[in-house]
Every structure is written in C-alpha cells, then in structure tokens.
Design a protein around this ligand. Structure first.
Ligand code: ZN
Length: 217
C-alpha cells in the first residue's frame, strides 16, 4: 500500500510552535499517516508523540535533526539513541543501530546544510531533496546530488507551525504500517517525493512565529 509520510517536523520540544499531539491530529486530517517529529538534537518530541499513535491513527517514526560539526542531519531509528555531534561518528553509530541517516536541506547554507560535503560522506540512506522551507535553488541542487549519488530522495515540510505539516511529503510503498517497514521502504528506495510549498497564510504565520521566537530569546 502507498502511504503519505512527512518526516521532518518540529514541535514544542525544540523551536516548533505546535505540540506533538496537535501535529498528529493535523497530519491525520491531511491524510498523512506517518510522521517523524525531528526536533533539534532530541528525540523527545517523537517519543512523546508515539503515545498517541493508537488514538490518532498516525504512526510516529522516532527521529531527530542533529546539529553536527558539519551541518544538520536527520536520523530515523526504531527508538531513541544517543548520537555524537561529529558527523563521521554519527553516521557510524546510527548505522550500527540500524538507523537511517539523511542530510537535511543540504544546500540551504543559511540553515546549516552540509553543502558539497554531501558528496564526501557518501554513506547516506537518503537525501532530503525537497524541504518546503528551503529555496528552489537549494532543493534543485539536492535533487542533483541524490541523482549523482543514486540515493532515495525525501520531501519534507520542515514544519515549525501546524499549518505547515504535510505541505510536502513522501509516498512510501509499504506492506504494513510499522516503523520497521517505513525504514525499510526508505532504505530500498520505495519512496516517491511529493513536492509542495506552504500556502501564503501559512508562510505569514511561520514568519510571525519566527519573530515571536526572536523576541522571547
Ligand atoms: Zn528542521
């Protein structure tokens, strides 16, 4: 079966505005049956959200966006693990634990993409080729990298507010709805990225949220 998955979302556990539960109910409304809440440097948002899988019908893949010494990296696992900040050690540990590693918005250099290093560390399980918050140019360069390196491409919202959840997603071909089968589908490239941008009102709300965050600091 084909299911929709948005695998890059921030919650109140890092710099997102929406709670994990709000994210799951919005995903459900939009027909997104799988999410990963990839808060900065913590699995906490995903681990909290997992409790609501039964009540919302949305599967949560434990995930995190790690700020490594080289840039932002998405990691998806079957549970929570400790990860080093050095990129080479992170890739090694993640793979030892059967997790997937994908550079987040690699060519969005203002938001700490790893840039051309995407070609040096070749051991990716996937590459985020579309990030709805990144520029078109950055996304096109990421698509090119995935093509050259022959890696599956992921398309994600990188939502920081609830209106952005599911504006971009992946169509995954899975035999059952479980974390393991989601990870396996990505590993095997049984995934099709579906690109999308947030509507105008959501972009305004995201901007207001960024301003609010700056004032609060
Ligand atoms: Zn992010």
């Amino acid at each position: 079966m084909l299911i929709r998955a948005d695998l890059h979302i921030h919650s109140t556990y890092s710099d997102g505005k929406a709670s994990p539960l709000e994210i799951l109910s919005t995903a459900r409304e939009k027909g997104i049956l799988v999410v990963s809440i990839t808060d900065h440097d913590t699995f906490a948002g995903s681990m909290y959200a997992k409790r609501y899988t039964a009540s919302t019908g949305v599967l949560v893949v434990p995930g995190v966006e790690v700020r490594t010494d080289q840039g932002d990296i998405l990691v998806y696992c079957s549970g929570e693990i400790d990860l080093p900040r050095r990129l080479d050690s992170l890739i090694e540990k993640a793979h030892r634990e059967n997790c997937l590693v994908a550079p987040a918005h690699p060519f969005d250099l203002l938001r700490l993409g790893i840039g051309d290093l995407v070609y040096e560390y070749k051991d990716w399980d996937a590459i985020e080729v579309w990030n709805s918050s990144a520029t078109k140019k950055a996304n096109y360069k990421a698509m090119e990298a995935a093509r050259i390196l022959n890696k599956p491409g992921l398309s994600n919202s990188d939502a920081h507010i609830v209106d952005e959840v599911g504006v971009a997603f992946n169509l995954l071909d899975v035999s059952e709805l479980s974390v393991e089968s989601i990870l396996e589908a990505i590993r095997k490239g049984r995934t099709r990225p579906v690109y999308g941008k947030a509507p105008f009102r959501a972009r305004i709300n995201r901007m207001l949220w960024s301003i609010e965050k700056t004032i609060r600091k």
